[in-house]
Design a protein around this ligand. Sequence first.
Ligand SMILES: Nc1ncnc2c1ncn2[C@@H]1O[C@H](COP(=O)(O)OP(=O)(O)O)[C@@H](O)[C@H]1O
Ligand SMILES: [Mg+2]
Length: 237
Amino acid sequence: MAEPFLIGENMTGGYGPVDILHSCTIAVEPGEIAVIVGPNGAGKSTAMKAVFGMLTLRQGTVRLAGEDITGLTPQARVRKGMGFVPQTSNIFTSMTVEENLEMGAFIREDGQVAETMEQVYGLFPILREKRHQPAGQLSGGQRQQVAVGRALMTRPKVLMLDEPTAGVSPIVMDELFDRIIEIARTGISILMVEQNARQALEIAHKGYVLVQGANRYTDTGKALLADPDVRKSFLGG
Ligand SMILES: Nc1ncnc2c1ncn2[C@@H]1O[C@H](COP(=O)(O)OP(=O)(O)O)[C@@H](O)[C@H]1O
Ligand SMILES: [Mg+2]
Protein backbone atom coordinates (compact mmCIF):
# COMPACT_ATOMS: atom_id res chain seq x y z
CA MET A 1 0.00 0.00 0.00
CA ALA A 2 1.10 3.56 -0.66
CA GLU A 3 2.39 5.66 2.19
CA PRO A 4 -0.46 7.54 3.93
CA PHE A 5 -0.29 11.34 3.92
CA LEU A 6 -0.06 11.52 7.71
CA ILE A 7 0.67 8.49 9.85
CA GLY A 8 1.52 7.90 13.48
CA GLU A 9 2.76 4.34 13.22
CA ASN A 10 3.20 1.86 16.06
CA MET A 11 3.28 4.69 18.58
CA THR A 12 4.28 3.55 22.06
CA GLY A 13 4.79 5.96 24.93
CA GLY A 14 3.22 7.93 27.75
CA TYR A 15 3.77 10.78 30.18
CA GLY A 16 6.31 8.97 32.35
CA PRO A 17 7.68 5.47 32.76
CA VAL A 18 4.28 3.88 32.16
CA ASP A 19 3.20 3.57 28.54
CA ILE A 20 -0.27 4.85 27.67
CA LEU A 21 -0.07 4.10 23.94
CA HIS A 22 0.75 0.56 22.87
CA SER A 23 1.85 0.30 19.26
CA CYS A 24 -0.99 2.58 18.23
CA THR A 25 -1.35 3.47 14.55
CA ILE A 26 -3.43 6.35 13.16
CA ALA A 27 -3.37 7.59 9.58
CA VAL A 28 -5.25 10.00 7.33
CA GLU A 29 -5.23 10.86 3.62
CA PRO A 30 -5.70 14.29 1.98
CA GLY A 31 -9.31 15.40 2.00
CA GLU A 32 -10.28 12.49 4.22
CA ILE A 33 -11.96 12.54 7.63
CA ALA A 34 -10.44 10.06 10.11
CA VAL A 35 -12.21 9.70 13.45
CA ILE A 36 -10.83 8.24 16.67
CA VAL A 37 -13.41 6.93 19.14
CA GLY A 38 -13.19 4.86 22.31
CA PRO A 39 -13.95 4.95 26.01
CA ASN A 40 -12.81 7.69 28.39
CA GLY A 41 -9.16 7.30 29.22
CA ALA A 42 -8.50 5.09 26.18
CA GLY A 43 -5.65 7.35 25.10
CA LYS A 44 -7.38 9.24 22.30
CA SER A 45 -6.04 12.63 23.38
CA THR A 46 -2.66 11.08 24.07
CA ALA A 47 -2.56 9.68 20.53
CA MET A 48 -3.36 13.14 19.14
CA LYS A 49 -0.62 14.71 21.29
CA ALA A 50 1.80 12.06 20.06
CA VAL A 51 1.01 12.80 16.42
CA PHE A 52 1.43 16.52 17.10
CA GLY A 53 4.73 16.08 18.93
CA MET A 54 3.61 16.88 22.46
CA LEU A 55 4.65 13.47 23.73
CA THR A 56 8.01 11.75 23.42
CA LEU A 57 7.51 8.35 21.85
CA ARG A 58 9.46 5.38 23.13
CA GLN A 59 8.76 3.54 19.90
CA GLY A 60 7.13 4.31 16.60
CA THR A 61 7.27 7.13 14.08
CA VAL A 62 5.18 9.99 12.78
CA ARG A 63 5.47 10.74 9.09
CA LEU A 64 3.95 13.55 7.04
CA ALA A 65 4.01 13.41 3.25
CA GLY A 66 6.67 10.72 3.48
CA GLU A 67 8.93 12.71 5.78
CA ASP A 68 9.84 11.40 9.23
CA ILE A 69 8.80 14.17 11.62
CA THR A 70 9.04 12.12 14.84
CA GLY A 71 11.74 14.39 16.24
CA LEU A 72 10.09 17.71 15.41
CA THR A 73 8.58 20.08 17.98
CA PRO A 74 4.88 20.97 17.68
CA GLN A 75 5.87 24.43 16.35
CA ALA A 76 7.96 22.84 13.62
CA ARG A 77 5.03 20.56 12.74
CA VAL A 78 2.77 23.60 12.37
CA ARG A 79 5.24 24.95 9.83
CA LYS A 80 5.05 21.61 8.03
CA GLY A 81 1.28 22.02 7.70
CA MET A 82 -0.27 20.57 10.84
CA GLY A 83 -2.99 22.38 12.77
CA PHE A 84 -4.14 21.17 16.18
CA VAL A 85 -7.17 22.16 18.22
CA PRO A 86 -6.68 20.67 21.69
CA GLN A 87 -9.52 19.37 23.84
CA THR A 88 -9.30 22.23 26.37
CA SER A 89 -7.95 25.80 26.54
CA ASN A 90 -8.09 26.12 22.77
CA ILE A 91 -8.86 29.86 22.60
CA PHE A 92 -7.75 33.07 24.33
CA THR A 93 -10.94 34.07 26.14
CA SER A 94 -9.93 37.66 26.95
CA MET A 95 -8.94 38.41 23.37
CA THR A 96 -11.46 39.26 20.69
CA VAL A 97 -12.53 36.74 18.06
CA GLU A 98 -10.45 38.56 15.45
CA GLU A 99 -7.39 38.73 17.70
CA ASN A 100 -7.69 34.98 18.21
CA LEU A 101 -7.68 34.48 14.44
CA GLU A 102 -4.73 36.86 14.04
CA MET A 103 -2.81 34.89 16.68
CA GLY A 104 -3.47 31.78 14.63
CA ALA A 105 -1.66 33.36 11.71
CA PHE A 106 1.58 33.87 13.63
CA ILE A 107 3.66 31.67 11.36
CA ARG A 108 2.39 33.19 8.13
CA GLU A 109 4.90 35.12 6.07
CA ASP A 110 2.99 35.29 2.80
CA GLY A 111 1.01 38.49 3.36
CA GLN A 112 -2.31 36.84 2.55
CA VAL A 113 -3.60 36.56 6.10
CA ALA A 114 -6.62 38.78 5.38
CA GLU A 115 -7.70 36.42 2.62
CA THR A 116 -7.60 33.42 4.95
CA MET A 117 -9.54 35.36 7.56
CA GLU A 118 -12.21 36.03 4.93
CA GLN A 119 -12.36 32.28 4.26
CA VAL A 120 -12.79 31.60 7.98
CA TYR A 121 -15.55 34.22 8.20
CA GLY A 122 -17.14 32.66 5.12
CA LEU A 123 -17.14 29.28 6.82
CA PHE A 124 -18.33 30.67 10.18
CA PRO A 125 -20.36 33.86 9.49
CA ILE A 126 -21.23 34.35 13.17
CA LEU A 127 -17.54 34.96 13.87
CA ARG A 128 -17.56 37.96 11.54
CA GLU A 129 -20.54 39.38 13.42
CA LYS A 130 -18.80 38.87 16.75
CA ARG A 131 -15.26 39.67 15.63
CA HIS A 132 -14.81 42.52 18.11
CA GLN A 133 -16.20 40.61 21.10
CA PRO A 134 -13.98 38.83 23.60
CA ALA A 135 -14.05 35.15 22.63
CA GLY A 136 -14.93 34.28 26.23
CA GLN A 137 -18.37 35.88 25.75
CA LEU A 138 -19.33 33.47 22.97
CA SER A 139 -21.41 30.31 23.32
CA GLY A 140 -19.70 26.93 23.52
CA GLY A 141 -20.35 26.15 19.86
CA GLN A 142 -19.10 29.56 18.76
CA ARG A 143 -15.94 29.18 20.82
CA GLN A 144 -15.27 25.90 19.04
CA GLN A 145 -15.68 27.76 15.75
CA VAL A 146 -13.06 30.26 16.95
CA ALA A 147 -10.72 27.39 17.85
CA VAL A 148 -11.17 25.71 14.48
CA GLY A 149 -10.88 29.05 12.69
CA ARG A 150 -7.69 29.88 14.56
CA ALA A 151 -6.13 26.57 13.46
CA LEU A 152 -7.22 27.21 9.85
CA MET A 153 -5.36 30.55 9.91
CA THR A 154 -2.07 28.67 9.51
CA ARG A 155 -3.46 27.16 6.28
CA PRO A 156 -2.85 23.60 7.46
CA LYS A 157 -2.76 20.53 5.26
CA VAL A 158 -3.93 18.46 8.22
CA LEU A 159 -6.39 19.68 10.82
CA MET A 160 -6.43 17.76 14.11
CA LEU A 161 -9.47 18.25 16.35
CA ASP A 162 -9.80 16.80 19.85
CA GLU A 163 -13.52 16.61 20.68
CA PRO A 164 -14.62 19.68 18.73
CA THR A 165 -18.29 19.12 19.66
CA ALA A 166 -17.77 18.66 23.43
CA GLY A 167 -20.57 20.32 25.36
CA VAL A 168 -22.59 21.58 22.40
CA SER A 169 -26.20 20.77 21.49
CA PRO A 170 -27.02 18.17 18.81
CA ILE A 171 -27.99 20.91 16.34
CA VAL A 172 -24.72 22.78 16.87
CA MET A 173 -22.86 19.47 16.56
CA ASP A 174 -24.50 18.76 13.19
CA GLU A 175 -23.59 22.24 11.98
CA LEU A 176 -20.00 21.87 13.08
CA PHE A 177 -19.76 18.48 11.37
CA ASP A 178 -21.11 20.05 8.16
CA ARG A 179 -18.36 22.69 8.34
CA ILE A 180 -15.75 19.99 8.97
CA ILE A 181 -16.97 18.12 5.87
CA GLU A 182 -16.67 21.39 3.94
CA ILE A 183 -13.08 21.87 5.17
CA ALA A 184 -12.17 18.30 4.14
CA ARG A 185 -13.61 18.91 0.66
CA THR A 186 -10.98 21.62 0.15
CA GLY A 187 -8.37 18.86 0.39
CA ILE A 188 -7.41 19.27 4.04
CA SER A 189 -7.05 16.03 6.03
CA ILE A 190 -9.14 15.88 9.20
CA LEU A 191 -8.02 13.80 12.16
CA MET A 192 -10.64 14.05 14.86
CA VAL A 193 -11.39 12.57 18.28
CA GLU A 194 -15.10 12.36 19.08
CA GLN A 195 -17.28 11.32 22.01
CA ASN A 196 -20.33 11.49 19.75
CA ALA A 197 -19.06 8.30 18.16
CA ARG A 198 -22.06 7.34 16.09
CA GLN A 199 -22.54 10.76 14.48
CA ALA A 200 -18.80 11.18 13.91
CA LEU A 201 -18.43 7.76 12.26
CA GLU A 202 -21.28 8.70 9.92
CA ILE A 203 -19.08 11.42 8.40
CA ALA A 204 -15.81 9.47 8.71
CA HIS A 205 -14.02 7.96 5.75
CA LYS A 206 -11.99 6.01 8.27
CA GLY A 207 -12.58 5.16 11.91
CA TYR A 208 -10.32 3.99 14.71
CA VAL A 209 -11.63 2.42 17.91
CA LEU A 210 -8.95 2.78 20.59
CA VAL A 211 -9.05 0.78 23.82
CA GLN A 212 -6.34 1.02 26.49
CA GLY A 213 -3.98 2.79 24.14
CA ALA A 214 -4.21 0.17 21.39
CA ASN A 215 -6.09 -0.17 18.10
CA ARG A 216 -9.13 -2.37 18.67
CA TYR A 217 -11.01 -1.85 15.38
CA THR A 218 -10.00 0.02 12.22
CA ASP A 219 -12.29 0.28 9.20
CA THR A 220 -14.39 2.71 7.19
CA GLY A 221 -16.83 4.70 9.30
CA LYS A 222 -19.66 2.88 7.58
CA ALA A 223 -18.27 -0.59 8.30
CA LEU A 224 -17.67 0.24 11.97
CA LEU A 225 -21.25 1.52 12.30
CA ALA A 226 -22.49 -1.76 10.83
CA ASP A 227 -20.26 -4.02 12.96
CA PRO A 228 -22.39 -5.68 15.70
CA ASP A 229 -19.44 -5.96 18.12
CA VAL A 230 -18.49 -2.31 17.68
CA ARG A 231 -22.12 -1.27 18.08
CA LYS A 232 -22.65 -3.30 21.21
CA SER A 233 -19.43 -2.26 22.96
CA PHE A 234 -18.86 1.30 21.77
CA LEU A 235 -21.99 2.75 20.18
CA GLY A 236 -24.60 1.87 22.76
CA GLY A 237 -26.14 -1.02 20.81
N1 LIG B 1 -0.73 14.87 31.38
C1 LIG B 1 -0.89 13.60 31.81
N2 LIG B 1 -0.04 13.05 32.72
C2 LIG B 1 -0.19 11.79 33.15
N3 LIG B 1 -1.16 10.95 32.72
C3 LIG B 1 -2.03 11.44 31.84
C4 LIG B 1 -1.96 12.77 31.32
N4 LIG B 1 -2.96 12.95 30.44
C5 LIG B 1 -3.64 11.79 30.39
N5 LIG B 1 -3.09 10.87 31.22
C6 LIG B 1 -3.53 9.48 31.39
O1 LIG B 1 -3.44 8.83 30.14
C7 LIG B 1 -4.54 7.96 29.93
C8 LIG B 1 -5.22 8.32 28.63
O2 LIG B 1 -5.76 9.62 28.74
P1 LIG B 1 -6.34 10.40 27.49
O3 LIG B 1 -5.42 10.27 26.36
O4 LIG B 1 -6.67 11.78 27.97
O5 LIG B 1 -7.68 9.57 27.20
P2 LIG B 1 -8.95 9.95 26.31
O6 LIG B 1 -8.63 11.18 25.55
O7 LIG B 1 -9.17 8.75 25.44
O8 LIG B 1 -10.09 10.13 27.28
C9 LIG B 1 -5.43 8.10 31.16
O9 LIG B 1 -5.14 7.02 32.03
C10 LIG B 1 -5.01 9.41 31.75
O10 LIG B 1 -5.19 9.40 33.15
MG1 LIG C 1 -9.49 13.10 25.50
